[in-house]
Write a protein that binds this ligand. Sequence first.
Ligand SMILES: [Mg+2]
Ligand SMILES: [Zn+2]
Length: 181
Amino acid sequence: MNKAFFIDRDGVIVVETDYLSHPDDVEIIPGTAEALQAIKAAGYLAIIVSNQSGVARGYYSESDVGLVNRRIAEVLAAQGAVIDAFYHCPHHPEFSGDCDCRKPEPGMLLTAAEDHQIDPAKSYMIGDKISDVEAGRNAGCAESVLIKTGHGINEATGDLKGITVADDFAAAVKMLLNKTK
Ligand SMILES: [Mg+2]
Ligand SMILES: [Zn+2]
């Protein structure tokens, strides 16, 4: 069985721009490539799991999501870093009905686990929303970390009920990899 870091996209590895839909707007958060290299060196897969309700809302199409993901992969590749797979949920309950993939539901993580023979219990989730953390917990991840970039600046306040918090993606990866040593 493989192990993985499940990683939210917007506000975690790319700067949050609210409904990012054009490749030209992709800006990778500093430290991301190095953190992805550390994930690989430690023997984990790097899997993006992203809610993209902008599709259900009609703001952009699934192919726009694909073009943005391709740009992200290109920029990271130029920095020597690899994302193993991208998953997204195009739904929103108000526009397309309920689904089992929109975080906090664990559907994307469970599908990725099946596709890539990943044991969630040996895997981690990192996101900038509490719903990311809940998705990781619902999928049975070993630990799920909330980071303070993107929406995390607003989410990482108040009573976090035992949620682990880190400053950014790179800090979360460092903390989690230190724990597994
Ligand atoms: Mg996010
Ligand atoms: Zn969905």
